[in-house]
Design a protein around this ligand. Structure first.
Ligand SMILES: Nc1ncnc2c1ncn2[C@@H]1O[C@H](COP(=O)(O)OP(=O)(O)OP(=O)(O)O)[C@@H](O)[C@H]1O
Length: 748
């Protein structure tokens, strides 16, 4: 066995806090038997297979680089990886691809000594495989060739992508200089702030990223870092209003309740976290924290988050504005409606939360109530104000919360980015970059919805990029150069991408209108249905079945009109189409938007006036947002006894003015849908990746229980299979290790 490079007495690595020491009960994993995660149909046979293979390959020598193994097959690879894992050797190369098995425990692998060891590495083979080598290699390549680099970190939810991303950034800040003294520090420090707002506990991962992140580090011609930019994608904003079984909302809500002094909480009208619908779930009837330890940890995280906000330049007013928005999200989602006695329109059951929201956001209470109860539609070019149905009122109430939270998140990313640029260096365009991509990983829960579909399709796209780069492009080069080469078969997921995104999904230009005779794709069908006032989630599934029902990767589940199954590259996933259309429309009614845009608080006003980019984010818009410029004045004017009947009065007033009820499902003026933002986000990411030389890090989960020293053969085998590890090893062994353009070679 190769010697593992570790040093006695090295200080504990400081790269993250002991989250894995987290002792409070993690969610109930009963639904996640590892065998459930095997490719369907392969379960029994594979289990038997691996039993025999284990014996066969026990003696297999562990290797730095799988492609150098004498006995190269799936079973021997699995055994070598397991053997290494059992000795805490979690990193292994296959050619230039790095495999990292999540140890779920702290290993002394990332401290100062390692930074020094993996700086200007001459001969990779002299050292143990390490993510720091990948970073060093990318940096060298950038400096030598001035080509942009991208490190693509992939793996299932909980496999270790975010932790790996942090390690990449950390090592980069060690091996290069920066143009400003504390820039490195600032880049590393912002993570907990972004995680507070963008991460949440899921059944797969207690700190799961609920947004995609592309971290771009920018360098001048001398290889000095002069800034960084975080691009955020596809925040899972539906989490704000809906929690799956055993899941939590975004961390920041818990941090606030745990860490804010009682008096400050009261200032924002906050008292008991259990009083808020969006923090309650079926499995936390006793409280939102898992116990005292969890509460203390959240309190600590709150203080850390606040210090980071101050360090990155948030003023006291900015911070107060952030809490005000969060409190408004907590109260708007507490508003409950009930149908009117005559079944036309709805009334608000308790005015108290509406009053609070009006006060927090400094908006007119009666205008807010009117907008919550009625909406404006265009019928025959005429603006019609009509009363909402119960479903419409609930959806739009939730839309306020989602919009407020995601805009706030975008603003935070924007503030963070402002702090990560060395403005003295002029524009960042034209510089060299190293990008690190960390998207939410492949998900397969017991209940999968629209968010999982988007996340999984994004992962399909990443896999496609990986396949194209590692297999297709490489083999095409050999063919082009007339090199004798026998094709290596790999699992191609082109077909699945076409199913979701049409030709555009596999790199063809997007057509506004579907070409005649071309099969519509799933996302185009969702968009078409979302425009139709009469469409329902069930009609969406029927429409899919009509148009793509014969596709080998799509099928319906008998006996459930909303259930459908997709054979993804990684696994079969059962989806539930309930709420797909509403989630895709994600519309905030025009009159609610108008009310929010008239807030007397400049920040809120600007936040809602700001145009979103085509990818649906606020962080990169040029719109002016006055940061916390209006002092927040809440916490005084609304008391419980203010409960009144504003909504009853409003609905009566609307009725006497002869407003009518809209036909159910009436759709307002077309707005950009989530799937349109999703497509544009994928396009933008692919453009970034295509403009850079990629390096790949594949994170692997050894078990589904987030436990150290536990290896589940079936689970690992499945991940190795779909990521094509055996094929990568073959191609790396047969192919040329170095491919340099002649011009670059000549220059060197
Ligand atoms: N290199 C590592 N060493 C020790 N523990 C790790 C390492 N990488 C990950 N972990 C543990 O695994 C957990 C999950 O990792 P991480 O959040 O990076 O997963 P992820 O792939 O980004 O998941 P998601 O897609 O859900 O965001 C971490 O919180 C940490 O406890």
């Amino acid at each position: 066995m190769n010697k593992n490079v570790r040093f006695q007495g090295e200080p504990t690595p400081d790269y993250y806090e002991p989250e894995i020491d987290y002792e409070e009960p993690v969610p109930d994993y009963d639904n996640y038997d590892d065998n459930d995660n095997m490719p369907l149909g392969a379960t029994a046979a594979a289990a038997q297979d691996t039993g025999t293979l284990r014996q066969m390959s026990r003696s297999a020598d562990t290797e730095h680089d799988l492609s150098a193994m004498e006995n190269l097959n799936e079973a021997s690879i699995l055994r070598v990886l397991e053997e290494r894992f059992s000795h805490d050797v979690i990193q292994t190369y296959i050619g230039d691809v790095l495999i990292v098995i999540n140890p779920y425990k702290k290993l002394d692998l990332y401290g100062e000594r390692y930074h020094e060891m993996y700086k200007f590495v001459n001969r990779r083979a002299d050292l143990e495989p390490h993510i720091y080598w990948t970073v060093d290699h990318a940096y060298r390549r950038m400096v030598d060739s001035t080509a942009n680099q991208v490190i693509l970190i992939s793996g299932e939810s909980g496999a270790g992508k975010t932790e790996s991303t942090k390690l990449v950034v950390k090592h980069l800040t060690h091996i290069c200089q920066s143009t400003v003294s504390d820039l490195h520090d600032r880049i590393v420090k912002v993570n907990p702030l972004l995680e507070a707002f963008g991460n949440a506990q899921t059944v797969m991962n207690h700190n799961s990223s609920r947004f995609g992140k592309f971290v771009e580090l920018v360098f001048n011609g001398n290889g000095q870092m002069k800034g960084a930019c975080i691009y955020d994608y596809l925040l899972e904003k539906s989490r704000v209003v809906h929690l799956g079984p055993h899941e939590r909302n975004f961390h920041v809500f818990y941090y606030m309740f745990a860490g804010m002094p009682a008096e400050t909480l009261r200032y924002y009208y906050l008292e008991d976290p259990m009083a808020h619908r969006i923090l309650k779930s079926e499995d936390n009837q006793k409280g939102v924290f898992f116990g005292e330890y969890d509460k203390e940890r959240c309190a600590q995280m709150f203080h850390d988050m606040e210090s980071i906000m101050e360090e990155v330049g948030f003023t006291k007013d900015d911070i107060a504005t952030v809490y005000t928005c969060l409190a408004a999200v907590l109260f708007i989602t507490n508003v409950e409606f009930q149908p009117e006695d005559d079944d036309i329109g709805v009334i608000i059951m308790d005015d108290y939360p509406v009053n609070i929201v009006a006060d927090l956001l400094t908006i007119d209470i009666s205008k807010l109530t009117t907008a919550l109860l009625s909406r404006t539609c265009v019928v025959n070019d005429e603006d019609i104000v009509a009363l909402k149905t119960l479903e419409q009122a609930n959806d739009e109430r939730d839309a306020i919360a989602k919009s407020l939270y995601s805009r706030l998140f975008g603003w935070i990313v924007r503030q963070v980015n402002t702090n990560l640029m060395d403005t003295s260096q002029g524009s960042l365009s034209g510089s060299n970059t190293i990008g690190i991509l960390d998207l939410s990983g492949f998900e397969n829960f017991s209940d999968n919805s629209f968010e999982q579909l988007c996340i999984n399709v994004a992962n399909e796209k990443l896999q496609y990029f990986f396949n194209t780069f590692i297999f297709a492009t490489e083999q095409a080069i050999y063919a082009e150069e007339g090199i004798d080469w026998s094709q290596i078969e790999f699992r191609n997921n082109e077909d699945i991408l076409r199913l979701f995104l049409g030709e555009e999904g596999v790199g063809q230009t997007r057509h506004k209108k579907m070409a005649f005779g071309r099969q519509p794709d799933m996302f185009t069908i969702i968009d078409d249905e979302s425009k139709s006032p009469r469409a329902t989630d069930a009609s969406l599934v029927l429409n899919w079945n009509k148009n793509i029902g014969t596709h080998q990767h799509f099928r319906l589940l008998d006996g459930d009109e909303l259930a459908f199954i997709i054979s993804h590259f990684a696994d079969e996933v059962l989806y539930n189409a309930s709420n797909f259309l509403e989630k895709n429309r994600d519309r905030l009614g025009n009159n609610l938007m108008n009310v929010l845009q008239k807030s007397e608080n400049d920040f809120i006003k600007d936040l809602f006036k700001a145009e979103l980019t085509d990818t649906g984010v606020l962080s990169r818009t040029k719109s002016r947002i006055r940061s916390g410029s209006t002092r927040v004045q809440c916490g005084r004017s609304v008391r419980r006894r203010d409960r009144g009947s504003i909504s009853t009065d409003t609905v009566r007033r609307l009725k006497t003015r002869g407003k009518r009820q809209l036909p159910s499902g009436a759709v307002q003026k077309a707005q950009t849908t989530v799937s349109q933002h999703f497509r544009t986000s994928l396009d933008e990411l692919m453009k970034k990746m295509n403009n850079a030389q990629p390096l790949f890090v594949r994170c692997i989960k050894p078990n589904n229980h987030q436990e150290p020293d536990k290896w589940k053969d079936n689970l690992v085998q499945r991940q190795l299979q779909y990521s094509g590890v055996l094929q990568i090893a073959k191609i790396a062994r047969l192919g040329y290790p170095v491919r340099m353009a002649f011009s670059n070679f000549y220059k060197r």
